[in-house]
Ligand binder design. Structure first.
Ligand SMILES: [Zn+2]
Length: 125
């Protein structure tokens, strides 16, 4: 393939245009990143706060409706079921460690305690 001087000039001009375009794109990308980053952080912070509020509301709702006969949401039953499973696993861990679990708060308690040192519930009759 042979190039004459006008071909070389055209190629050089195209290469220059491409580099100018790349520079523009880089400037725009950098500006976008700089402008968007604090907004993204703000968004994450607010979403995290919202999630925490929903979580706390969920706990409050559960505590309020834990003993409802026909709970409005199926999650109520699933939460109760998993809480029982957690209680059982904690009891097994306590057994392995030679301890007991408090029937009130579920914390590990040394054997022989009459009252739970964590919540004060009477353990032994
Ligand atoms: Zn307790």
């Amino acid at each position: 393939m042979n190039f004459d001087s006008s071909d070389l000039r055209n190629m050089a001009e195209k290469a220059c245009d491409t580099m100018v375009e790349m520079g523009k794109n880089l400037r725009e990308t950098t500006k976008t990143v700089i402008d968007v980053t604090p907004l993204t952080l703000k968004l994450k912070e607010k979403e995290s706060y919202l999630e925490k509020q929903y979580f706390e509301l969920g706990i409050l709702y559960y505590q309020e409706h834990e003993h409802d006969e026909n709970p409005e949401f199926e999650q109520m039953g699933r939460i109760s079921a998993i809480r029982e499973e957690i209680k059982e696993v904690r009891r097994q861990i306590a057994e392995v460690r030679g301890k007991e679990t408090c029937p009130g708060c579920g914390e590990f308690v040394e054997k022989g305690h009459i009252f739970c040192p964590h919540c004060g519930m009477k353990i032994k009759l």
